[in-house]
Design a binder for this molecule. Structure first.
Ligand SMILES: Nc1ncnc2c1ncn2[C@@H]1O[C@H](COP(=O)(O)OP(=O)(O)OP(=O)(O)O)[C@@H](O)[C@H]1O
Ligand SMILES: [Mg+2]
Length: 387
């Protein structure tokens, strides 16, 4: 934070640097122990739950232990060439001795890869016919080459791994190369859709990946979130006051929503002043306005039956599988299970104390405040708590 400036201490876009995170000590220790022990793992958690934030912290700790660490962001990759570029870019973030070693390895290979400069992108521009597939296979051998050279082991994170499924054959290639690197490298795979992750990792025709130790990312512990929010308000000369409780109750440990709402709340709280319920409602109103478009997009991406079940989860006071609920949202009772399963597969729904609940509290609120009028005749529909 810049000294003397009054800057909002709550960030909600992209991964947080380790020193800014609510530490998730237990998870970080657990994942680090797996990595140091040479056990590959897969981390599944809903969108915006802090997967990348947590993995960056684990990478930083592994680096202190002497590992070469890389985070490969595979989000939205469409081709082999793009996968090559993402991996190359991940290595480009390395510094110091390890970077120099990798640079010299790549130079010796002479297949169009390099750190800094134009890298493989420039190679592609010069020669679009280049065989990206064999370059990828070679690049995946880098941890083994590094290990052979001086015994440096690598920790490699493939973030948003499910997106490689868009590139035919890519997951097979990755698997084939990395399964021979037991000593040289440990792999971490992160993804947000448990359904697709299951497909990638539990398929018997896809060996190795099923050996990755599974881990699920839980919501933030509420007391930790409370300390963090209150602490950052007071460090910046403010008091979160009676706004804290509704904020925590509403966000229920959703990492990005907690930070977003804390951000808006802070924005509305002047230095030397305590926030209250009015401040909270104003912050929530802004969050509603700002996320309206995204909520529309999420809604449109759902199938009709998924919408019905999502709506039921948000507003029905009667049990999910009851006749009343089914009638209120216009679904056949026998179709509820399948729609719920597919919402769960995309992590739009998670289990909270054994019961299905919408993952994103903003989406839940959005569903409550539009559509169904909570008219008297409609048994089972509860009025949203706020007007
Ligand atoms: N440990 C944490 N402490 C505080 N805030 C967090 C923490 N983890 C995540 N967040 C909040 O969530 C936001 C998203 O975090 P991050 O990008 O790591 O999540 P992700 O699961 O990787 O998301 P995506 O699905 O977009 O890849 C951060 O900007 C921050 O506001
Ligand atoms: Mg991420």
């Amino acid at each position: 934070m810049a000294a003397g400036r009054d800057l909002n201490p709550f960030h909600f876009s992209g991964p947080l640097p380790p020193e800014q995170m609510i530490d998730r000590d237990q998870e970080a220790d657990d994942l680090l122990a797996l990595a140091l022990g040479g056990h590959s793992f897969r981390l599944v958690g809903p969108r915006r739950y802090g997967k990348t934030t947590l993995l960056l912290r684990v990478l930083e700790a592994a680096e202190r232990e002497g590992m070469a660490t890389v985070l490969v962001d595979l989000q939205d990759v469409l081709s082999m060439a793009e996968i090559v570029v993402r991996i190359e870019r991940a290595y480009d973030r390395l510094r110091g001795q390890i970077r120099r070693r990798i640079e010299s390895l790549l130079r010796a290979w002479n297949i169009g890869l390099s750190l800094g400069g134009g890298g493989f992108t420039a190679t592609l521009q010069r020669n679009p016919q280049v065989d990206a597939e064999s370059v990828l296979l070679r690049l995946l051998e880098l941890p083994a080459a590094l290990f052979e050279r001086d015994g440096t082991a690598s920790l490699i994170v493939f973030d948003e791994i499910q997106d490689v499924l868009a590139v035919p054959g890519a997951d097979g290639k990755i698997r084939r190369v990395i399964q021979h690197q037991a000593q040289a490298a440990t792999y971490a795979f992160a993804g947000s859709a448990p359904g697709v992750m299951e497909q990638l990792f539990a398929d018997p025709r896809r060996p190795l990946l099923d050996q990755a130790v599974p881990r699920n990312l839980a919501p933030l512990p509420i007391p930790d979130a409370a300390d963090y929010v209150a602490g950052r308000f007071s460090r910046t000369g403010r008091d979160v006051g009676s706004a804290l409780t509704p904020l925590l109750e509403f966000s229920r440990g959703h990492p990005m929503r907690s930070m977003m709402l804390a951000h808006y709340l802070w924005e509305r709280t002047a230095r030397g002043v305590a926030a209250d319920e009015g401040t909270w409602l104003a912050a929530l109103d802004q969050a509603i306005d700002d996320s309206a478009q995204l909520m529309q997009a999420i809604w449109r991406a759902l199938s009709t039956n998924e919408r019905r079940v999502a709506r039921a989860l948000a507003v029905a006071a009667t049990p999910l599988y009851s006749h009343d609920t089914a009638a209120a949202v216009g679904i056949r009772r026998t179709s509820i299970g399948k729609a719920l399963e597919s919402l769960t597969g995309k992590a739009d729904v998670i289990a909270v104390e054994g019961k299905p609940r919408l993952t994103d509290p903003m989406f839940e609120l959005w569903l409550q405040t539009r559509g169904l009028t909570p008219a008297s005749g409609e048994g089972g529909i509860r009025t949203p708590e706020r007007g």
